[in-house]
Ligand binder design. Structure first.
Ligand code: GRF
Length: 209
């Protein structure tokens, strides 16, 4: 008797964003073009006016605007976000310009299943305005980092990094633009690796055996 070929289920992504959503779009395009075997099953914004959530609606995704201003506490807001992600049976939470610090509810509920992209070569220049921080420091090379999210700010185990040279005559803005181009390549690539390869955490390291 011939056995049926087994296929792994398509990983389900939940996107959290707060702004323009260009990284979300890069992930969407990678999926549509066949380079990323995953499905976006939820897009959530904490900002009602975020361009990214409008774009996601236009593209036909299941979208939620969950404004933190409508909740009495950080925990209450996050509980609602977590409830949507869980109801949509999300495998990986993808932070795509989500301008909220996560608390233990989400980090613990999706341990090692939350990804973030940061526009510097971590651990240099964590926090806000990383491209400006790098430019002001006078570094010759910056870039972007995709990492797993833990309790520390921009500190979780690193999945992918990509370098961007700082050019003579760069401004923080021009540097940020070139880093963004790399972000749009690095984020789908990191998600692809996490979704399609075996991996484990060893100390601070994401190891692909
Ligand atoms: C990106 O620079 C990302 O690295 C940072 O927030 C920005 C989001 O941009 N975390 P976009 O909303 O994806 O265009």
């Amino acid at each position: 008797m011939q056995s049926e070929p087994t296929t792994a289920p398509t990983p389900r992504l939940g996107i959290l964003l707060s702004g323009r959503g260009s990284n979300f779009l890069a992930i969407h395009e990678a999926i549509v073009e066949g380079g990323l075997p995953a499905a976006i099953v939820a897009v959530i914004s904490n900002q009602p006016l975020a361009a990214g959530i409008r774009r996601a609606e236009t593209l036909g995704y299941s979208c939620w605007t969950i404004s933190h201003r409508d909740f009495p506490s950080r925990d209450a807001h996050e509980e609602k976000v977590a409830a949507v992600l869980e109801a949509q049976r999300v495998d990986y939470v993808v932070l795509a310009g989500y301008m909220r610090l996560l608390s233990s509810r989400l980090i613990g509920g999706f341990r090692n299943r939350i990804l973030n992209i940061h526009p510097s070569l971590l651990p240099a220049f964590p926090g806000v305005d990383a491209q400006r921080q790098a430019w002001e420091h006078g570094v010759r090379v910056s870039g972007c980092t995709v990492h797993l999210v833990d309790e520390g700010l921009d500190q979780g185990p690193i999945i992918v990094q990509s370098c961007v040279p700082v050019e003579e005559g760069d401004s923080p803005e021009s540097l940020a633009e070139r880093i963004l181009v790399e972000e749009h390549r690095a984020y789908p690539e990191a998600i692809r690796q996490i979704c399609t390869r075996h991996w484990k955490i060893e100390g601070r390291r994401v190891v692909f055996p």
